[in-house]
Design a binder for this molecule. Structure first.
Ligand code: PEP
Ligand code: MN
Length: 337
C-alpha cells in the first residue's frame, strides 16, 4: 500500500501516519517529493489488508499495490532515484559509462585499458576477478590479486571500480576493493546472495538473468532493497532467445519497461547483449535513445588475445569512436556525456 499525503500535510500529520504504521508492526518508507509526500507501507500482507488510513489528518488517499515488489516500484517512489558513487551520479543528467575488459588478466593490461577509457570519458573501470565461466576449463580469474590490480589502476587514473561477485562469502572482500558490486546474470536469482547484498553499503549493479522476466528481475532487486540496501542499478545484458547470430538478444524494451515500473536507474550492456564487437556501437546508440542511464562496455587493448569475451571487446580506438559518436544522441536525449 502507498499513502499519498495532501500537499498541505504537516510534518506532524506525516509523523502520526508513520507512528500508526509502526504500532502495527509495519515499516514506513517516505518519499518526499516537491509537492507531496508518499508513504510506502512495508510489512505483512494480512496486516496491510486490514489497515484503515484514509481518515487520518493529512491523508489524501491510499492506493493498494498489487505487485509483489514494492520498494523497487515507481508507485512507491515516483521520482527517479540517483545513485551517488563518490562524485559520480548514476541516474542523473549525465550518462555514466563503465568500460574495461571482461577479465582482469595482468596489471599492464588493466593500466593500459584504464588510461585509454579514462581519456575517452569513461567514469568506471570494469573487469572480472572471479569469472563465472560456462566451462570449468576456461580462465576462472585472478581472484583477490585481480581486485588489487583493478583498484590500483582505477586510483591511478581516477576511475571508479565495478567488479562481479560470484560467491556470498566474497562480499567482504569486494567491499574492500570495489565501488559498485556487480551481480552477474547467472546469479540474479541467487537469493541468499541478494539478501547478503542487502546488508552491504556498496551500490549493486543487478544484471538481468539469462531468461529472467522483467517481473523476476524487479523482485530480485526487491530482495536487495528490502534487506536495507537501496542503491540498486539494473543492467540489461541480453536474454536468451531462438536467435543464434547474436550471443544474446539485447532487449531494449526492458529499458523502457524498467523506467515505467521502477524509479531505479538502468544501464545497458551491448557487449554481452550481442557478443559481437561490430554490433556494440549501433546497440549502444539504440540503448541511449531508449533512455538508459549509462552503458557497460568491454574494452581490451588486444581483443584477439583476450582470455574471455574477445569477440565482443572493443579496442581502445573503437571505444573512443563510440564515445564521440554517442555525444550527439546523448544531447538529443537531454543527457550529458
Ligand atoms: C561480465 O560482465 O563479464 C559477465 C559475465 O556478464 P553477464 O553476467 O551479463 O554474463
Ligand atoms: Mn564478459
Amino acid at each position: 500500500m502507498i499513502i499519498v499525503m495532501k500537499p498541505n500535510a504537516t510534518k506532524e500529520n506525516i509523523s502520526n501516519v508513520v507512528k500508526k504504521l509502526e504500532s502495527r508492526g509495519l515499516r514506513a518508507h517516505l518519499s518526499e517529493g516537491e509537492e507531496v509526500t508518499i508513504v510506502g507501507v512495508i510489512g505483512e500482507k494480512k496486516i496491510i489488508a486490514n489497515l484503515e488510513m484514509n481518515m487520518m489528518d493529512g491523508v489524501e488517499k491510499t492506493v493498494r499495490i498489487t505487485e509483489k515488489y514494492k520498494m523497487v516500484s515507481r508507485n512507491f517512489h515516483p521520482q527517479n532515484t540517483i545513485i551517488k558513487v563518490g562524485d559520480v551520479e548514476i541516474g542523473g543528467d549525465e550518462l555514466v559509462v563503465m568500460a574495461g575488459p571482461c577479465s582482469v588478466e595482468s596489471l599492464d593490461q588493466i593500466r593500459e585499458t584504464a588510461q585509454a577509457v579514462k581519456n575517452s570519458g569513461a567514469k568506471f573501470l570494469r573487469g572480472g576477478a572471479f569469472k563465472p565461466r560456462t566451462s570449468p576449463y576456461d580462465f576462472q580469474g585472478l581472484g583477490e590479486e585481480g581486485l588489487k590490480i583493478l583498484r590500483q589502476a582505477a586510483d591511478e587514473f581516477n576511475l571508479k571500480v565495478i567488479t562481479e561477485v560470484v560467491d556470498r562469502e566474497d562480499i567482504a572482500l569486494m567491499e574492500k576493493y570495489t565501488d559498485v558490486i556487480q551481480v552477474g546474470a547467472r546469479n540474479m536469482q541467487n537469493f541468499q546472495m541478494l539478501k547478503a547484498l542487502g546488508k552491504t553499503n556498496k551500490p549493486v549493479l543487478l544484471k538481468r538473468g539469462l531468461s529472467a522476466t522483467i517481473s523476476e528481475w524487479l523482485n530480485a532487486a526487491e530482495y536487495i532493497m528490502s534487506g536495507g540496501n537501496e542503491n540498486v542499478i539494473f543492467c540489461e545484458r541480453g536474454i536468451r532467445t531462438f536467435e543464434t547470430f547474436t550471443r544474446n538478444t539485447l532487449d531494449l524494451s526492458a529499458v523502457a519497461a524498467i523506467k515505467e515500473l521502477s524509479h531505479l536507474p538502468i544501464i545497458a550492456d551491448p557487449s554481452h547483449g550481442t557478443g559481437r564487437w561490430q554490433m556494440v556501437q549501433p546497440m549502444a546508440r539504440a540503448a541511449v535513445a531508449a533512455g538508459c542511464d549509462g552503458l557497460i562496455i568491454e574494452v581490451h587493448p588486444h581483443p584477439e588475445f583476450a582470455l574471455s569475451d574477445g569477440d565482443q571487446s572493443l579496442t581502445p580506438k573503437n571505444f573512443d569512436r563510440l564515445m564521440k559518436d554517442l555525444k550527439s544522441i546523448a544531447e538529443i536525449m537531454g543527457r550529458k556525456l
